[in-house]
Design a binder for this molecule. Structure first.
Ligand SMILES: [Zn+2]
Length: 271
């Protein structure tokens, strides 16, 4: 599933090809994504120039003078820039065609993604307005995390997965960040100490940065006519590795069910 680093990598990959481009057509082959692609999208977007491509949590915002197209990659979505005449595949549900003769093509086999439109401030859109601070924003800091976690009994991993706490931290990166911070995922959020809050914020930024850096090597793939953009995977210390030796102390990594989703940790390095 595309997580924040993949979405940021996608943003960096497509931005040079779409920024400053006028939209000449919008082709919707299957509007049935998580929410239907709005009928009026074509009328709104054609003739507009894409001023910028921004990211908020796991949403991509294509900003134009008239309004903003809001994109989400869902469980399996990807975006590529292709020559417009490239024959679409079965899962290529929508194209935003550009004056350059290229199309920004949305592929989404499982159709949990979204392509929406708003004329007003996208940050006030119902999908975005309740999302917490961006992990790289100065407002996401140890003081904030410590205060927000007070009296919260839920597991720290789940507290970090909650988009109201911090934007776009999924299960992989929450587990990896807690390994780096030396804190067990099942620790109640309310028991986070101030020094652990410092470590947690630093660790979240570190794992996300590492993944974004790793994604940089795949940027050229965004303009390939065929295939997937090839989401990257850097070496994960604990996530998905139960029973394997911890990369630091060689203790076997443990897993446990927290809610519906597995958590992973080293019983020796994390307390
Ligand atoms: Zn260890």
């Amino acid at each position: 599933m595309p997580e924040l680093p993949e979405v940021e990598t996608t943003r960096r990959g497509i931005a040079p090809h779409v920024t400053g481009q006028r939209v000449t057509d919008v082709v919707v082959r299957n509007k049935h994504l998580r929410w239907p692609i709005p009928k009026h999208l074509r009328d709104e977007l054609v003739g507009q120039t894409i001023d910028s491509v921004e990211r908020r949590a796991k949403y991509l915002l294509l900003k134009t003078p008239r309004g903003t197209a809001i994109l989400h990659l869902g469980m399996s979505g990807s975006l590529r820039v292709v020559p417009r005449e490239t024959p679409p595949g079965k899962f290529d549900h929508a194209d935003i065609v550009l004056a350059s003769g290229h199309a920004l093509r949305l592929r989404d086999p499982r159709r949990f993604g979204a392509l929406l439109w708003t004329r007003t401030d996208p940050h006030q859109h119902k999908l975005l307005k309740n999302i917490g601070p961006e992990p790289f924003d100065p407002s996401f800091n140890a003081d904030y995390l410590f205060r927000a976690s007070r009296r919260r009994a839920r597991a720290l991993r789940d507290f970090l997965l909650d988009s109201k706490t911090v934007a776009g931290v999924g299960n992989i990166y929450a587990n990896e960040a807690l390994f780096l911070a030396g804190i067990r995922p099942q620790r109640p959020a309310g028991r986070l100490t101030t020094s652990q809050a410092v470590k947690t914020v630093k660790a979240i930024r570190s794992v996300l940065n590492r993944a974004i850096q790793a994604g940089g090597t795949t940027l050229r793939d965004f303009q390939q006519a065929t295939g997937e953009p090839g989401y990257f995977q850097f070496d994960l210390a604990v996530y998905g590795n139960p029973g394997k030796p911890c990369p630091v102390c060689k203790h076997p990594v443990k897993s446990l069910k927290l809610g519906q989703r597995s958590a992973f940790y080293c019983p020796s390095c994390q307390t």
